[in-house]
Design a protein around this ligand. Structure first.
Ligand code: NAP
Length: 338
């Protein structure tokens, strides 16, 4: 295909948000699709990953990656098909995942791209169980959390992308799994469909009491995606030598106040416990190992890639992103470009 006659619709960061991103922080732009130069290729993006971390990338403050610059195409992981190529490793027709941004076509020099097989799994799964989400759950639980058979694993944000994976991986390892999620329907999904031993609705009264009842032997691994009050509640249940995995703190990302730190942190001291943050990118050299193991469990039917695929255009990205912060997604939220 020649790409010169196609138009690339994009979503750019036009202003930095305060609190929850409003429509005016985005600019919708279009430009001709670039022709690939020597060693370059063009991907037609079919799936865009929506991640809570995007909110942090929009702020102008130091983090594990530089902020998205003003008027830059919004950073996003995605998946798609190579439609023009002067790159020896990625000929036209290759399916790939990579950091393509919120746009319909991405020009790439091949760095950071992974070839994927759409006949082995749906493209959305390469952003879910077989993508960054799966890697986060795998390395956070098994490496940082050192989960082992017989442990009680508590996971917050349990019905989300990472949480649904963490709970299922912990069951595969032989752990007892308790999830915390918002609403009765999500809790029922965790226990009835995904094999969690118990699920607690954090929006209902009496979380501390219900957590006590659900974890009679304490918690050996607490995988926290939420922060704030939920982190605090979980800290009251950790046992001696527990590992608290700081994966994320979605309850704090849109806050206009100072981040609420844990008031129950002395539980770490009393229990000689460890609380450790991690960034999945640090495990990049082991992604292939994790993906092969996860793919095996998917094939065997021991693991489900729970996905929430919204079909639309790149213009739907801003509204779709907000679903994460309203708790409207179940599993991995993906925007499929119609
Ligand atoms: N460290 C890393 O390398 C890494 C990599 C990927 C993701 N993460 C982090 O992992 C966490 C989960 O990410 P994900 O991609 O799996 O997203 P996700 O869980 O699918 O994200 C959305 C869910 O978060 C919950 N939520 C939203 N606002 C909340 C609040 N105020 N209090 C409690 N829960 C709230 C909602 O579920 P409810 O209905 O249950 O409220 C919502 O469905 C995020 O914090 C993310 O930043 C970290």
């Amino acid at each position: 295909m020649t790409t010169t006659d196609a138009t690339n619709h994009q979503v750019r960061l036009a202003a930095r948000p305060t609190g929850t991103p409003t429509p005016d922080v985005w600019a919708h732009t279009e430009e001709p699709v670039a022709e690939p130069g020597e060693g370059q290729l063009v991907v037609r993006v079919s799936h865009i990953s929506l991640d809570p971390a995007m909110r942090g990338w929009m702020d102008d403050r130091p983090s594990y990656v530089p902020p998205v610059g003003l008027n830059e195409v919004m950073r996003a992981l995605g998946a798609g098909e190579v439609v023009a190529s002067s790159h020896p490793d990625f000929p036209v027709g290759t399916h790939v995942s990579g950091m393509f941004g919120v746009q319909e076509y991405a020009l790439s020099d091949g760095r950071g791209l992974l070839a994927v097989d759409p006949s082995a799994a749906p493209m959305s799964t390469y952003l879910a169980a077989l993508g960054m989400t799966g890697m986060t759950a795998y390395f956070g639980l098994f490496d940082v959390g050192a989960a082992k058979q017989g442990d009680t694993v508590l996971v917050s944000g349990a019905a989300g992308a990472v949480g649904t994976m963490v709970g299922q991986l912990a069951k595969i390892r032989g752990c007892r799994v308790v999830g915390i999620a918002g609403g009765a329907a999500k809790c029922a999904l965790l226990t009835d469909e995904l094999g969690f031993d118990a699920a607690l609705d954090y929006r209902e009264e009496g979380l501390a009491r219900r957590l006590r009842e659900a974890t009679p032997d304490g918690v050996q691994v607490f995988f926290d995606n939420v922060g704030g009050e939920v982190l605090d509640a979980g800290l009251t249940r950790i046992s001696r030598g527990a590992r608290v995995v700081l994966c994320g703190a979605i309850s704090q990302y849109n806050s206009r106040e100072r981040v609420a730190g844990p008031t129950n942190y002395l539980s770490l001291l009393v229990n000689r416990a460890r609380m450790e943050g991690f960034i999945v990118f640090d495990f990049a050299d082991r992604y292939a190992e994790a993906a092969a193991e996860i793919a095996g469990w998917l094939r065997e039917g021991r693991l489900r890639s729970k996905e929430d695929v919204v079909t639309g255009s790149v213009a739907d990205f801003p509204a779709t992103l907000l679903r994460l912060f309203r708790g409207e997604n179940v599993g991995k939220l993906v925007l499929q470009i119609a």
